[in-house]
Design a protein around this ligand. Structure first.
Ligand SMILES: Cc1ncc(COP(=O)(O)O)c(C=O)c1O
Length: 434
């Protein structure tokens, strides 16, 4: 391998050759050259604890030996044919997905990304119902294609061109900033009931499908109340509307108690989409649905790379590793420990206005006493944490939420390190105006 450029050289080269719209998290980015387990390393050998997992993607740890070996084996055996040829890894993957998916979800279409999985899911739902309109939630993120960005209710990621037709939005279940000005004491799930208002006022009365993330990821770990999705599903059933759970971030045990986040709300989706953690970094996504819904889509589709043997074999190894290493349990145990630590920290730093999430999918919203989002402070905390060796994510509509979604294999010791560094960063930010 050639020696890596130093960070300044790489920065200049990147500016010259990469389009400017591909932005970076940091003002002063490190040059990452290596990953191992829950750690990243820059070109000088400096170690960083990765608490963001390449945006919730490195589920079993960087360069996991078993997973990497399976990738290499498959690369040396057969790399590509496309979906018009019969190969086994894609079918093995679909079988594994059927085994871990809830209820009667059993037939998959394997893609390269979450965006593509969502596109495919909407199309399947439209075929199955013979209807067109789609309901999504405010603050959602569903991807970057024209349709997926039109399903995304976050101005930072919306298309500048006219959005796709037939997409309407309901209020999200954002308890810290309840759109209906309720509190947990007087809440009657007005947010869930908003879905019916939207159906009645913004659609033909016969939408095809609703898509929602069980916990909104890019939106800032917005976590609905326990009965939210049950109430929503009741309304959808009343109007004959299908439900897609977008599990791109919440999938594969990350929320700690179930393989897929939506199960935690006691709801069975009609379709489920996934990506990110499925490949541990290799591009792979999927939509899984019932035989009944799948069989209504008979029109031919083709995907050059979707379901390719390398990504599919890798994804099989990822699922096996999650099960063998009991990483879902780890998400619950270590996630609870992290949550407790953050709640403790919150007592000392009131700008940690809301700490929320499940398992190892956690958000910390920074706001002042009037609930004004503190975007600059959030960016500063993220930058300071990195300077002190911890990678955190950032999100939320106003960029004011710290996103903590590490590899599912992290330990309590890692959590202690993260909390120590976070305290140090908050100390600076809470004292010095930014
Ligand atoms: C919930 C959700 N859905 C879909 C996507 C799009 O996935 P991809 O970036 O793989 O296209 C993302 C990406 O962040 C996501 O968080």
């Amino acid at each position: 391998m050639t020696a890596p450029l130093n960070r300044e050289e790489l920065k200049k080269k990147r500016e010259k050759y990469i389009v400017p719209s591909v932005k970076q998290l940091y003002a002063d980015p490190p040059h990452i050259v290596k990953g191992k387990g829950q750690f990243l390393y820059d070109e000088t050998g400096r170690e960083y604890l990765d608490m963001f997992a390449g945006i919730v993607t490195v589920s079993v740890g960087h360069c996991h030996p078993k997973v990497t070996q399976r990738t290499v084996d498959q690369l040396q055996q057969l790399q590509h044919t496309s979906t018009v040829f019969m190969t086994q890894p894609m079918v093995d993957l679909a079988e594994k997905l059927a085994e871990i998916a809830p209820g009667d979800l059993c037939k998959s279409y394997v893609t390269n990304s979450g965006t593509e999985a969502n596109e495919a899911a909407i199309q399947m739902a439209r075929h199955a119902t013979g209807r067109f309109e789609v309901i999504a939630l405010e603050h959602s993120y569903h991807g970057q294609s024209h349709l997926a960005s039109s399903l995304t209710a976050n101005t930072n990621w919306r298309p500048e061109t006219p959005p796709a037709a037939g997409v309407v939005f309901a209020a999200n279940a954002y308890c810290y900033r309840c759109p209906f000005k309720k509190t947990p004491d007087n809440c009657s799930l007005e947010c869930a009931r908003d879905v019916e208002r939207v159906i009645q006022t913004q659609t033909s009365g016969k939408p095809a499908v609703m898509i929602a993330e069980p916990i909104q990821g890019v939106g800032g770990a917005i976590t609905p109340p326990d009965d939210y999705f049950k109430e929503v599903k009741k309304i959808l059933e009343k109007y004959g509307v299908l439900f897609i759970a977008d599990e791109v971030q919440t999938g594969f045990g990350r929320t700690g108690k179930h393989m897929f986040g939506i199960t935690g709300w006691g709801v069975q989706p009609d379709l489920m989409t996934m990506a990110k953690g499925l490949g541990n970094g290799l591009p792979v996504g999927a939509v899984i649905t019932t035989a009944e819904i799948a069989d209504k889509s008979q029109r031919q589709v083709i995907n050059t790379f979707g379901g390719n043997p390398v990504s599919a074999a890798t994804a099989c190894a990822v699922i096996e590793t999650i099960l063998e290493e009991k990483l879902m349990d780890n998400c619950r145990v270590v996630g609870d420990y992290l949550m407790e630590g953050l709640k403790d920290l919150q007592k000392d730093y009131p700008i940690m206005a809301d700490v929320r999430g499940k398992g190892l999918m956690i958000g910390v919203e920074l706001a002042d006493e009037n609930k004004t989002p503190l975007a600059k402070e959030t960016a500063r905390v993220v930058e300071l944490a990195k300077d002190n060796g911890v990678i955190l994510g950032k999100g939320g509509l106003w960029g004011s939420v710290l996103r903590i979604k590490p590899p599912m294999s992290i330990t309590r010791d890692n959590v202690d390190t993260c909390l120590k560094v976070l305290r140090k960063a908050l100390d600076v930010v809470a004292k010095v105006p930014v």
